[in-house]
Ligand binder design. Structure first.
Ligand code: ZN
Length: 506
């Protein structure tokens, strides 16, 4: 039996992945459960990450002409009833406000009073209330396209919750656009999906597959739902962003009409698209290891942490002066249009100090003691490498190279995630092999068990439903880049001309 390596996180990913995830969130001090069931408190380390994600995405949206606005938290019940599929899709998870004040109860305490004549729904998504505004803002073809985004919280009542992945309240952005032609709306749907893919790949270092959902997995009321799907380290898929072409369904429901150049009246073509704090869950599950989180440099709250090593009180001043000066120099540098963030942690708590920063995932840790100062050199550790793997770099050289080093870490995280996905993605054409691939069991070869199966599907909803029922495996997407090839449906054997991505999912 091999000696068990001590890890900062217990249990390890291999031992208990869901519990490992909770422990990483806790150890990195990102968020915690709140007294309100199913809701989370996002702590500064998690919220700063969200702000960084927000800032980058917001800039990308605006570069495509989108403008930000804000709409009410409450939606009149009658609005939600306007689009039949939409109400069907969200009805089971709506929080509903029925009263507007509190009164003294007959036995003391407070009870709801002032019953509302029409209940208000706390937004699960805002198509209907934004649609009402659009119906007033759009009159002529000259008012189109209308490109609006809002940053907000939404509520979808969840019985089984997991921090960042599935919570009753979460933070997100939702974009809503209206267009004069179907083609323009379709183009916009794809454009925004590409923004999400860029956010995921270039900033979060999450390799994603872009594609369309099957009809069964579509957003309620959408004509086409496009998505990006990433593989987590338990080989399950995580949907990391969606963009919907809504056709004229919501325009008809909300009465968004415009006068055309020929002076006829037509319903607008609309889209909606969203990404949420779920991205943080995806980042943790992709880059975390048995020592905690690893932050991609382009979104990390802190790029570099300086750890002064002070054994004798008389060394303190010199070490702190050296650290302060280095921090000042580094903070003047830019890393991808963002001022470099450097922290000095001089807490006297022994080895726990370094481990805290490992668990938080900060990309670069630098230990600085009197001997390093004498050599004018830095003892540097990278989060993408083993915690024992530290190198000495001359101070000036480090200052010159810190940007490229951070880029290397960014690329290394992406490559590691990509090779993990490739290792666990298989072309499967045999039904028995497909069922084996997704059936949990004791196996001598766990490395070829579970992941993404690229298999043929005939397009029939009943085959999709059968696989979901038998294996809890769903079609994650019909990839845009799937080559045309003849094959047979993995379920019924009927002809198919391209493969889809099957996986278990969050
Ligand atoms: Zn079939």
């Amino acid at each position: 039996m091999t000696k068990k390596v001590k890890t900062a996180i217990t249990p390890t990913r291999e031992e208990d992945y869901p519990e490992w995830y909770q422990q990483v969130v806790k150890a990195a001090d990102m968020a915690e459960r709140s007294p309100v069931r199913g809701c989370m408190v996002i702590k500064p380390w998690g919220y700063t990450l969200w702000e960084n994600i927000q800032r980058e995405m917001d800039a990308m949206f605006k570069a495509t002409g989108v403008k930000n606005a804000y709409f009410p938290l409450f939606i009149p019940l009658s609005f939600l009833e306007k689009e039949a599929e939409h109400v069907e899709g969200f009805a089971k998870e709506c929080a509903v406000v029925t009263h507007h004040r509190l009164e003294k109860g007959p036995e003391g305490g407070l009870v709801p009073g002032g019953k509302l004549t029409e209940p208000l729904v706390v937004r699960p998504t805002s198509e209907t209330i934004i649609g009402e505004s659009f119906s007033r803002w759009v009159n002529s073809y000259r008012d189109l396209p209308l490109l609006i985004n809002q940053w907000a919280n939404v509520v979808r009542w969840e019985m089984r919750t997991r921090i960042f992945l599935r919570t009753s309240e979460f933070l997100w952005q939702e974009g809503h656009t209206a267009h004069s032609t179907a083609q323009e709306a379709v183009t916009r749907t794809r454009l925004m999906l590409d923004v999400y893919a860029r956010m995921a790949e270039e900033f979060l270092a999450l390799p994603v597959i872009r594609g369309s959902k099957s009809a069964a997995e579509r957003f309620p009321g959408a004509v086409d739902t496009q998505c990006i799907e990433a593989m987590m380290q338990d080989r399950k898929a995580l949907q990391a962003g969606t963009s919907h072409f809504l056709g004229q369904n919501f325009a008809k429901a909300s009465n968004i009409r415009f006068q055309t150049t020929e002076e006829t009246e037509e319903f607008a073509w609309t889209t909606s698209w969203g990404a949420s704090t779920r991205l943080i869950g995806g980042l943790i599950m992709t880059h975390g290891d048995d020592d905690g989180l690893a932050m991609p440099p382009r979104v990390t709250p802190v790029h570099v942490v300086l750890l002064p090593i002070i054994h004798k009180p008389e060394d303190r001043q010199a070490v702190m002066d050296y650290c302060d000066s280095l921090a000042r120099t580094l903070r003047e540098k830019m890393y991808h249009q963002r001022q470099m963030v450097v922290e000095i942690d001089d807490r006297d708590i022994g080895g726990a100090r370094g481990w805290e920063w490992i668990k938080k995932g900060v990309p670069l840790r630098i230990e600085i003691g009197p001997r390093d100062i004498a050599k004018d050199a830095l003892f540097v550790a990278r989060r993408d490498k083993s915690h024992r793997d530290k190198t000495t770099i001359a101070r000036q050289q480090f200052i010159d190279q810190v940007g490229p080093i951070l880029d290397e870490i960014q690329v290394a995280l992406f490559q590691k995630a990509l090779s993990y996905r490739e290792t666990h993605t298989h072309l499967i054409d045999d039904k028995g092999a497909f069922y084996d691939f997704f059936t949990p069991r004791n196996t001598t070869k766990p490395e070829i068990h579970g992941g993404f199966a690229l298999s043929h599907w005939c397009g029939n909803a009943s085959c999709e439903a059968k696989i979901k029922e038998d294996l809890t495996v769903t079609i994650r997407c019909l990839p845009f880049d799937a080559p045309q090839e003849d094959g047979r449906c993995i379920c019924c054997g009927a002809p198919s001309n391209s493969r889809v991505v099957f996986a278990k999912a969050y």
